[in-house]
Design a protein around this ligand. Structure first.
Ligand code: F6R
Length: 374
């Protein structure tokens, strides 16, 4: 049931405040004991002797994994690598002991992700030492899926059924799963102070409310903006640091539902080739959130503007962001939390461009909700 929404995708974008609210209720309950940073369903053996993490996923799930890797490395201090599941299964890196493998799959049925996990488990078992025991976690929205039969640990993102082929609320749910893991690991490894952990938790608790206002605001703003950009042929999405994967996700969303060619780049890479594409016909969406790379992203946007590109900013409203031709404003929050907010305008911009073009947003051509073949 789409309720009053024109498409499931739009309904599911609007359900994100609720996805966040359920996550907070489940993982940051008010009665959480003071030495537990976050409620997760894992025993001691899950955390013990962990030295590194590798994450296997496809598509949008891989973009969530990239934000996850940023958090696990920068917030929790654990070396983490992300692989396309389809690449990993034929060229895995050399085995290393004390490694946790995480498979991220919304459907729990993606053939490449399941095969990559199975191959990783087999290699570890063949090695025979306890340090190589298959320690695998599945992050999924479908705890009843094939994935659950395959891995010992499961984190259910609990986002509810997603009907639209383009992942939206399940992307948010996957991101939140990684915030939970990063909090748990950072606290156990004493990589972050009690205050830093408490601050991140406070911001996560405020998220549902913030998402609610953002979705309402950007549903209107993006509809207006979409009219201006619906006939465009190419769009570039730029981000850096923790928001680089949101640029990739923006480009993927736009491609899959509007059939407009789009690329996501880490903003600093533009000058190494892609900047040659820019002219007045190519809009550039720049995700510029305060933090370590804020000034850098803004100067990369300035370089694009100098090539006559039309600049759309996903950024706070402030004098620094006055260079954007159009602004999709996002409140100033800590850099850690920012991808959870910047994802809203990039989803709604893609949605409204596709809807404006009269396309079948929920069932894009050539795509299926779960890819059960290699
Ligand atoms: C994009 C999208 C796909 C999936 C990918 C992996 O909107 O939905 O890119 O993310 O096919 O699917 P799961 O997460 O089910 O493994």
């Amino acid at each position: 049931d789409k309720r009053h929404f024109r498409h499931f995708m739009l309904k599911e974008i609007h359900e994100q405040p609720e996805t966040a609210e359920l996550w907070v209720a489940r993982h940051l309950p008010p009665d959480l004991s003071s030495d537990d940073p976050v409620a997760l369903p894992f025993d001691h053996s899950f955390y013990a002797d962990l030295e590194r993490i590798q994450i296997l996923a496809c598509g949008t799930s891989r973009h969530a994994a990239l934000v996850g890797a940023y958090l696990l490395e920068q917030f929790a201090g654990i070396p983490t690598s992300v692989f396309y599941a389809s690449e990993f299964r034929y060229a895995p890196p050399p085995l290393a002991p004390h490694t946790l493998t995480i498979g991220v799959t919304q459907s729990g049925e993606t053939a490449d992700t399941l095969a990559a996990l199975a191959m990783d488990a087999q290699r570890r078992q063949a090695h025979g030492e306890p340090a190589f025991a298959p320690r695998q976690l599945g992050v999924t929205n479908r705890p009843e899926s094939s994935l659950t039969r395959q891995v010992p640990y499961i984190l259910d993102i609990g986002a509810g059924i997603e009907v639209g082929v383009a992942a939206t609320k399940t992307f948010l749910g996957q991101l939140l799963a990684f915030y939970g893991l990063a909090l748990a690991f950072a606290a156990r490894r004493s990589h972050r102070s009690v205050t830093e952990i408490a601050n991140l938790k406070d911001e996560l608790r405020a998220l549902p409310h913030q998402l609610h206002s953002l979705v309402e605001l950007h549903d209107q703003r993006c509809e207006v903006l979409a009219n201006r950009f619906a006939d465009t042929q190419d769009v570039i999405f730029l981000g850096r640091g923790i928001n680089y994967p949101i640029a990739l996700e923006g480009a993927l969303k736009l491609k899959e539902i509007s059939y407009i060619h789009a690329e996501g780049y880490p903003a600093g890479e533009m000058k190494h080739g892609p900047i040659a594409l820019l002219d007045a016909r190519v809009p550039v969406v720049s995700i510029a959130m305060p933090g370590v790379v804020f000034e850098k992203v803004l100067s990369n946007a300035q370089e694009a503007k100098a090539r006559d590109a039309k600049l759309i900013g996903v950024a706070p409203e402030c004098p620094d962001t006055a260079l954007f031709d159009a602004l999709l404003p996002v409140p100033e929050v800590s850099e850690w939390i920012s991808p959870l907010l910047t994802l809203v305008p990039i989803q709604l911009l893609s949605y409204h461009i596709a809807a404006h073009r009269g396309l079948d947003v929920d069932q894009p051509r050539n795509l299926a909700k779960s890819v059960t073949v290699e």
